[in-house]
Design a protein around this ligand. Structure first.
Ligand code: AMP
Ligand code: MG
Length: 525
């Protein structure tokens, strides 16, 4: 792979070192200005070799301005300096992390079901691999930092609008308890970017223990490069699945874990009414993390066929289809990893099939557990599927709000048969709802522990009060477009405690006002 300019050549020649922190003396003259304590580098991915990535420097972002800095995450990462000038320059893509040449990785993927033989970090750069004070390895990746050899003619930028959405949602998901990549910083700029209209550029710094996607494996499989496939698998297993490292059946066990994590992740998304929007295999993490937030959405009104991405004309990634798509994506990963499973193709296929077949039971079990938790039930019974489906049908027919309706259920008094106060008011089909409440009360009374207060507390820990509704993100975007980042900061605070009542923030739990109900979310970002 080609190196793009002289600075990079210099960086690449300097090498990535042996994983131990570099002494300040080895930094460039420019980097000598850096006196603040930084987390120790721990390069691993960046040492795999040039089949996996290309060194690329960020394209300078003019007049970078901090829209948000995640100080809590910075502390976890061991960045003690806070956001000073040198760090701002790094997070804007204007200078490299000392001692680490930034790289863009290559991958492929199935986009809306169609095979695309080469994608890659078209606007992302891995800028550092570090060790946190707690001893964990983290990768820092810029998104929107300019073109790379994988940009396919696009500009390598991300607009402020979509960057705010990714920033808010990845933190929201983290605090909801969903595995996800995270965001450290959001830097805006005056640079114009052409989308449907002219917008401005922004750079987000994402943080994850790895950004490796299903598509990374598909790339090497389809290019018939089994050696690179094996190198990548060893890297992922050694770094992310250390309990499997060196085991003779490590590949099968690793893949079984990926399949299980994916099945669980889909259950978590469903239970929160979260729609990803672009579930292409290049947006699926081999760690089972939510990755690449584009036209995602938390449903307001419940609809099984809700499609959050207005460019998804066929509804391939509709809410109700997500579990099956997760399964299909696993089938693509397993296919790509066949050469790792056995030398004999038939034997490899049998192992892969056995792993694939674990997806459905793992997902169904996780899904039923989550629905049961949302209803405050201790044990899961077969008949509970019907109870859940009946409630969802009532919500769908009545165009009722998903998040609010589940949250309100915790108010139910089990031991008298009057109207369900505090729940019924927002329901539409009252006859069906009253009948359902009768069944639900009967079900709750049959539990071993029927204490209402304890059940309400349990339910409120799984049914969030606050989610990142589209209209909330949109308001923060509109403020930020005129240079006011206060709403972004308020939302970040709000979404840190999604399960708690925040009396002064009650309005954020409301349904969108009628004129904000259909905020358009396209693939353009
Ligand atoms: P996404 O839809 O954001 O997951 O992107 C799909 C592929 O297109 C990835 O390889 C991205 O890096 C690339 N891509 C998307 N937008 C841009 C852009 N503005 N510039 C360069 N590459 C892009
Ligand atoms: Mg992507």
């Amino acid at each position: 792979m080609k190196i793009q300019d002289n600075t990079l050549q210099r960086q690449a020649e300097a090498g990535l070192g042996d994983g131990s922190p570099r002494s300040p003396q080895s930094f460039d003259a420019d980097d000598m200005a850096w006196r603040e304590p930084m987390p120790a580098l721990k390069p691993r991915y960046g040492r795999l070799g040039d089949a996996f990535y290309t060194p690329v420097a960020g394209t300078p972002l003019p007049e970078p301005k901090v829209a948000h800095f995640n100080a809590e995450l910075a502390e976890e990462l061991g960045i003690e300096s806070g956001l000073n000038e040198p760090l701002l320059a790094i997070l804007a893509g204007n200078r490299p992390w000392p001692g680490y040449p930034s790289i863009a990785s290559v991958y492929a993927g199935h986009q809306f079901g169609a095979w695309v033989p080469q994608l890659g970090d078209g606007r992302a750069l891995l800028i550092a691999e570090i060790q946190t004070p707690a001893g964990e390895r983290r990768e820092l990746q810029l998104k929107g930092s300019g073109p790379t050899p994988y940009s396919r003619g696009l500009d390598g930028r991300a607009v402020l609008r979509s960057s705010i959405r990714e920033y808010l949602c990845s933190e929201a998901m983290h605090h909801l308890g969903v595995p996800t990549t995270r965001c450290l910083s959001l830097i805006g700029s005056v640079e114009p970017v052409q989308r449907e209209t002219v917008e401005t550029a922004a750079v987000v710094c994402r943080v994850s223990s790895s950004f490796i996607r299903f598509g990374h494996f598909e790339y090497f499989f389809h290019r018939r490069q089994p050696e690179q496939l094996a190198v990548l698998a060893e890297h992922v297993i050694a770094e992310q699945f250390p309990h499997l490292h060196g085991q003779p059946d490590r590949h099968a066990r690793w893949l079984a874990e990926v399949v299980e994590r994916t099945a669980h992740l889909m259950a978590q998304w469903q239970a929160l009414g979260f729609c990803h929007g672009v579930m292409n295999t290049d947006n699926f993490s081999v760690l089972g993390l939510t990755l690449d937030y584009g036209p995602f959405g938390f449903m307001d009104r419940f609809r099984q066929y809700h499609v959050c991405n207005h460019s998804d004309y066929e509804g391939r990634y509709a809410y109700g289809a997500q579990p099956q798509i997760g399964q299909w994506n696993c089938s693509r990963l397993l296919r790509a990893c066949l050469p790792l499973l056995a030398d004999d193709p038939q034997a490899a296929l049998e192992i892969a099939t056995g792993i694939f077949e674990q997806y459905a039971p793992a997902h169904n079990q996780a899904m039923m557990r989550r629905w049961a938790d949302k209803l405050g039930l201790f044990d899961v019974r077969e008949s509970d599927t019907e109870l859940v489906n009946a409630f969802l049908s009532i919500l769908q027919r009545g165009k009722n709000d998903f998040t609010r309706s589940f949250r309100h259920l915790s108010r139910l008094e089990t031991n008298h048969d009057g109207p369900a106060a505090g729940i019924r008011e927002e329901m539409t089909d009252l006859e069906a709802f009253d009948a359902w409440i009768g069944d639900y009360r009967a079900r709750l009374r049959s539990e071993c522990n029927t204490d209402d207060a304890a059940r309400a507390a349990r339910m409120n820990r799984v049914n969030p009060k606050y989610v990142l509704r589209n209209h909330l993100a949109q308001t923060a975007i509109e403020y930020a477009a005129v240079g006011d980042h206060s709403e972004l900061a308020r939302l970040m605070e709000l979404l840190k405690r999604p399960y708690e009542e925040q009396a002064e923030r009650e309005a954020y739990a409301a349904e969108p006002p009628a004129d904000r109900r259909s905020v358009e979310v396209s693939c353009s970002s």
